[in-house]
Design a protein. Structure first.
Length: 178
């Protein structure tokens, strides 16, 4: 973590990463333990916000994050093989959002259930808003400017400009684009 710079009273932290890429992080509670996950991500844009609690469980090298993204204290689990997570520009998360590209086969039992893991990509398109406590499962695309309500579990793709909520998440309405 070379070139660690803080600016008094603004909580602006500027960090340089390998290959001379510059990352800017705005955070009130940033810790070294969280930064170790952050720096393992495949690609990170500018003005990405993370807070204490941010974690990457598996597959940091399969996660890309665009510009002006607010990850807060999300849990990202992309997987090591077929799983990936792509978060495009201007996406923001509420607290404790989980993106889970890995799953276990419930048809298996005992040790086989623990060992049989499959993975599928997750795509969060530009301008989406993911409410606090939402869970996005593998194989899902969240459309451009879509809104996922707090506490929702998303098991199916969400269209552009759609508002979804519930367990499982269901279409509530479309955002008026007048």
């Amino acid at each position: 973590m070379k070139n660690f710079i803080t600016q008094k009273n603004s909580f602006l932290v500027k960090l340089s990463q390998k290959k001379k890429k510059t990352i800017i992080i705005l955070s009130f509670f940033i810790t070294q333990i969280r930064l170790k996950y952050f720096f393992k991500l495949k690609k990170v844009g500018k003005l990405v916000k993370i807070f204490t609690g941010f974690r990457v469980f598996h597959g940091a090298n399969n996660i890309t994050v665009g510009n002006n993204v607010n990850l807060v204290d999300a849990l990202l689990s992309a997987g090591d093989n077929n799983g990936s997570i792509e978060i495009q520009d201007y996406v923001f998360f509420g607290h404790r959002v989980m993106l889970l590209a890995r799953k276990h086969d419930y048809n298996e039992t005992l040790q086989n259930r623990q060992d049989d893991i499959s993975e599928a990509p997750i795509l969060i398109k530009k301008g989406a808003w993911i409410g606090s406590g939402a869970i996005i499962l593998g194989g899902i695309t969240i459309g451009e400017n879509a809104v996922v309500g707090a506490g929702s579990i998303v098991t199916k793709n969400v269209a552009d400009n759609a508002v979804v909520a519930g367990n499982p998440a269901k279409l509530i309405k479309y955002i008026n684009q007048d």
